[in-house]
Design a protein around this ligand. Structure first.
Ligand code: FAD
Length: 295
């Protein structure tokens, strides 16, 4: 099933993200976590892809397994900046063979080696080029990344917004945001992205922080702003793992409910291979999910 068809429905839904194992020996345990997350019946599940190639080996296999074994639509991520055209084209053919219909087209982060090399030697410089090739090569539904707090390499927000628009003009069907901890940043972004003429669905990304150590990692990874309300919660409960987990899930649930109440129908949860977190959020929303409250 194409994700754009899910997004065009008015029912409230959640999607979850999983990441593939680094080693073959961990494949079964990661698939087990994915199976448990799939048993929550999310609208779809996304499977990440390692920019440096490290975790890219199992993305397509996991995406195929989740869709075929557990009947949950999947979104396979694909990055391009550390790959040759030949490698990317092989992946595109592999996805077609595996019946993968949905692709998150990403540039990927610049590795230290890439940063030292001459961009003129890269086969891909930006995600737009990958979007264009995916569009030309098949019937994929294409998602792309966006950054309510501006991509760290961008010179300013206007420039970043116009590059997002380029990805949509090249064929992207929907956007998923970097994690946000303050919904107002997302609502602000929605206003600005519509102003530059992007009309496709935008899925907000929510990361439930369930232990204090995750905070520094999440900030490093995303550069996202942490509101004082969230910092207080980590300061107060951070040393008690059970309390922190409960508080982090409640905070993420509160953000999701606020998004739904403001007309957003699908929210993407960075569930990080944690079925207990996915299940707890689903339970918290049991009387809300699947309903159409639009009047
Ligand atoms: P791009 O869209 O190419 O943008 C990168 C920068 O270049 C931006 O500053 C943009 O404004 C600028 N730019 C774009 N086009 C042009 C142009 N024509 N000229 C000049 N500047 C331009 N990483 C992984 O490795 N694996 C994953 O699975 C993964 N999943 C992600 C999922 C989501 C929802 C998000 C938000 C990020 C994900 N990332 C993942 C991280 C992502 O790879 C990085 O943020 C990366 O640095 C940028 O990727 P992009 O696709 O947004 O790049």
């Amino acid at each position: 099933m194409k994700i754009i068809d899910i997004l065009n429905k008015r029912n409230m839904s959640l999607s979850f993200e999983v990441f593939p194992p680094k080693k073959e020996s961990s494949f079964d345990s990661v698939m087990h976590a994915a199976e448990e997350i799939a048993s929550c019946h999310p609208a779809f599940m996304s499977v990440t892809y390692g920019a440096g190639g490290g975790t890219s080996r199992y993305t397509m296999e996991m995406a195929k397994n989740i869709k075929d074994k557990y009947d949950v639509p999947t979104l396979a991520h694909l990055t391009c900046v550390s790959s040759s055209k030949e490698m990317v084209h092989q992946k595109i053919e592999e996805m077609k063979e595996l019946g993968i219909e949905n692709v998150m087209a990403l540039r990927g982060d610049l590795t230290p080696e890439l940063e030292k090399s001459d961009p003129a030697t890269w086969d891909y410089k930006h995600a737009t080029e990958l979007v264009r090739e995916l569009k030309e090569s098949g019937e994929f539904c294409i998602g792309v990344a966006c950054y309510p707090e501006v991509h760290p390499e961008s010179i300013n927000q206007k420039d970043d917004l116009l590059h997002i628009k380029d990805k949509v003009d090249a064929g992207a069907d929907f956007l998923t945001t970097q994690m946000v901890f303050d919904n107002n940043l997302f609502f602000n972004f929605m206003y600005k992205i519509r102003e530059v003429g992007v009309t496709c669905p935008v899925i907000p990304g929510i990361m439930p922080i369930t232990n204090a150590n995750q905070v520094a990692r999440a900030i490093k990874l995303s550069g996202s702003f942490m509101p004082q309300r969230f910092k207080s919660l980590v300061d107060y409960f951070g040393n008690d793992p059970d309390a922190m987990k409960q508080a982090g899930i409640a905070y993420a649930t509160d953000q999701i409910i606020d998004l739904y109440a403001n007309g957003i129908t699908n929210v993407h949860v960075y569930s990080m291979n944690k079925p207990d977190v996915a299940k707890a959020i689903m339970d918290n929303l049991s009387n809300i999910l699947g309903k159409d409250f639009a009047r």
